[in-house]
Design a protein around this ligand. Structure first.
Ligand code: AMP
Length: 228
């Protein structure tokens, strides 16, 4: 030992959980309090769809049906985003990986950067409650803050608490019919990753059926511990 210190690698947190489990809401709260960057492949894909890029054109109908976009497209989008300098602070992956191939690609990408997964946090919820959660949610188009008709309404009708914006948006795939396909895709293709991260010793399960702030408190405690 020569006593020299290697700089700590930037932390990598993964949020796993079915649609409606609160990954986006919790990732944004962690981003605010820990200075990490939220990487949501769903958001990146929606941006690509709006911009009409080749990836967006290929993904549009798949997303509307509630199916998973092909691994090639999603891995390429994530790789490009991870190459941007702001991610050097550390990242919270929200909605990626969703398949075994994506998990392997992520392991390889992180190994290239001498990074590792500090924690893969599984937000555990009852499927039955997810339809209600998803069908009531909306987002501020200005700052991205997420809301829910019953569980987290804006203080003033139609006005964002965070930025004062009034452009409230609902996702095209947040319908009862599409949620059923999205839940099916989660159980068939993504839930097996829980065992993958358990084997890596990175898995932490939390009960995500409670109040948003309680869950945020548990996640903040985990983030503090694993990024120390
Ligand atoms: P989300 O915003 O995470 O709920 O994602 C919305 C939709 O984008 C999903 O239903 C999929 O169609 C697609 N999507 C997002 N992330 C991925 C991913 N990692 N792999 C495949 N499809 C994805």
């Amino acid at each position: 030992m020569d006593g020299s210190k290697t700089p700590a690698a930037a932390p990598v947190l993964i949020l796993l959980g079915p649609p409606g489990a609160g990954k986006g809401t919790q990732a944004r709260m962690l981003e605010d309090s820990f200075g990490l960057v939220q990487l949501s492949t769903g958001d990146l894909l929606r941006t690509a769809v709006k911009a009409g890029t080749p990836a967006g054109k290929a993904a549009k109908a798949v997303m509307e049906a509630g199916d998973l976009v092909s691994d090639d497209i999603v891995i390429a989008i994530l790789r490009d985003r991870l190459a941007e300098p702001d991610t050097a602070k550390g990242v919270i992956l929200d909605g990626f990986p969703r398949t075994g191939a994506q998990a392997e690609a992520l392991d390889a990408l992180l190994a290239e950067n001498r990074q590792r997964i500090n924690a893969a946090i599984s937000l555990e919820v009852d499927d039955a409650a997810m339809v209600t959660r998803i069908s009531g949610r909306f987002t501020c188009g200005g700052c991205g803050e997420g809301y829910h008709d019953s569980f987290k309404p804006t203080a003033k009708d139609g006005i964002c608490d965070k930025c004062g914006g009034t452009d409230m948006q609902r996702r095209a795939d947040d319908t009862a019919e599409t949620v059923a396909s999205r839940l099916e895709a989660y159980h068939a293709q993504t839930a097996p990753l829980i065992a993958h991260y358990d084997q890596q010793g990175a898995l932490i399960r939390i009960d995500a059926m409670g109040a948003i702030d309680d869950i945020a408190g548990q996640l903040a405690a985990i983030a503090t511990r694993v990024t120390a």
